[in-house]
Design a protein around this ligand. Sequence first.
Ligand SMILES: C[S@@+](CC[C@H](N)C(=O)[O-])C[C@H]1O[C@@H](n2cnc3c(N)ncnc32)[C@H](O)[C@@H]1O
Length: 260
Amino acid sequence: MSALNENIRRRLLSQIKLKANEDESTPTPVSETTETNNNSDQGRHPQDRPDYSNMDYWEDRYSSDNTSGTFEWVVTYSNPVLRSLLDTFITSVHTSFLRPVKFLHPGCGDSTLGVDIMSSSTLSAPISLDNTDASPAVVSKMASLHPSSTWFVADVLSPCSTESRGSYDAVIDKCLCDAFLCGGVESDKLDKVKSYLRHCSEVTNDRGRLIMMSFGQPESRMRFFKQEGVGWSENVTVEEVVIPMEDGRKNKCWVYEFTK
Ligand SMILES: C[S@@+](CC[C@H](N)C(=O)[O-])C[C@H]1O[C@@H](n2cnc3c(N)ncnc32)[C@H](O)[C@@H]1O
């Protein structure tokens, strides 16, 4: 075989290998950044991606970031599509309890979603919201940037503490569960999603709800969500959402809703 043909053969083989490694359950993150943060996650091929399922990766990432920039996965709350979707969810939680309602925003990272929801002019429901993450570095950064919001360190893969049991009305997840599905073998993914969902079930009351924004389509997600013992009804609803971005791109995500 000539050198040229050999080169072509190698290139074709490597393309086939890349394709074979594309896993629907671990989609390439596409995100919108705010101001100073450099979005190095955008458009990464799954093979070139860091292990987002490993908490050490996040702590290293956040502790080596000396900027005051923030980073949003999927899109910011200022985007009308996300805003309308979340406002509808929050209002419906409020309507079902008819009292001030309490939300948990776990795996908040350096997203300002919780801050933006709390200062929203389009939401009339009286709410409170706790932002949590397992990374002490990011919690400390966000607490100093937004001291009037609530931030604390919490690992959602651990059972919930006695004092937090049943203390929330709903959980808002933006790409936290996705992170658990971006690395490791199938059995680890199943275990992590189960522990996570069970944690969310434990921290919410009997009529608790969970909304999850994800890059994963139902074909690659439902088997994780419908495991026995997750603490949520099997009737998980899903909506495909196309989010027009400021730069003209369109971001697609799936929004899952869980009830007890
Ligand atoms: C993909 S980022 C999403 C950040 C943010 N929710 C957003 O939408 O911009 C995943 C976040 O989950 C956090 N995380 C990963 N494992 C966690 C765990 N076991 N408990 C709590 N947070 C965790 C990471 O530190 C990271 O901030």
